[in-house]
Design a protein. Sequence first.
Length: 266
Amino acid sequence: MKKYLSLIVVPTDNATPRNYRIPYLMVYTFGGLVALAVLVFVGLVFSYGKLLVKARQADLLAAENQRIRGQNSEVDSLKTELIRLQAMGIQIKKMLGVDISSEDSLLVANLSPAAGSQAIADAIDTGDPGETQQKLLLRSIPSMWPVKGYVTREFYTTGGEKSENYHPGMDIAAKRNTAVQASAEGVVIKSEWDEVYGFVVVLDHGFGMTTLYGHNTRNLVSVGDRVARGQTIAFLGSSGRSTAPHLHFEVRKNGVSVDPREYLLN
């Protein structure tokens, strides 16, 4: 025999009371559904809260990693600048015929990150380690102007690649087929056609230094070739996205474009 729950509704206007009979099974079913909905809601709120906590922790870790990377980058930049200034001073001494002190050799040897480059590995010779490192570092600095001409556009990276004035190198205008010379000793790691730079040559000088020579009429070197500072590696042209004969010259430090004027000797 079914059991029912009687629900009596008594109107306030003296109308006839109404009696509703609701099966207990329906009451239990409705109550169960309400309880289940409450449990699901509580579970979702709890899970969402845990996700929010984890997301906050991830943001804090990301911010901390970014801060550490920034500090490491500043240290690397200061170290690189110290190496560059010391090496430039040594090079100027050599150009003036001044003897290089043992302190200069030792300092360059201690600061030089001599690692991971064919340009370094192939050039190491016997003798005093400090003197060897010093010579390698001096040869790796792109200090020689690759062509004689007029600078028509300077290096500009403020605002990043989205800036309409972004230009990661230096444009040097000269007559077509002017000899393009290696700015420093190195190994050819790219000699090919590029949609932007046309016939392009990239040299690895070791110590994280590379140089790029773009818009050539013709390349004279192949991948794997070792070239000396001042060696002709291509002929100036206007290939790729170019409107007039010029050389697009880039200097990159650990893959990041830097101002060539910081290295070129006038």
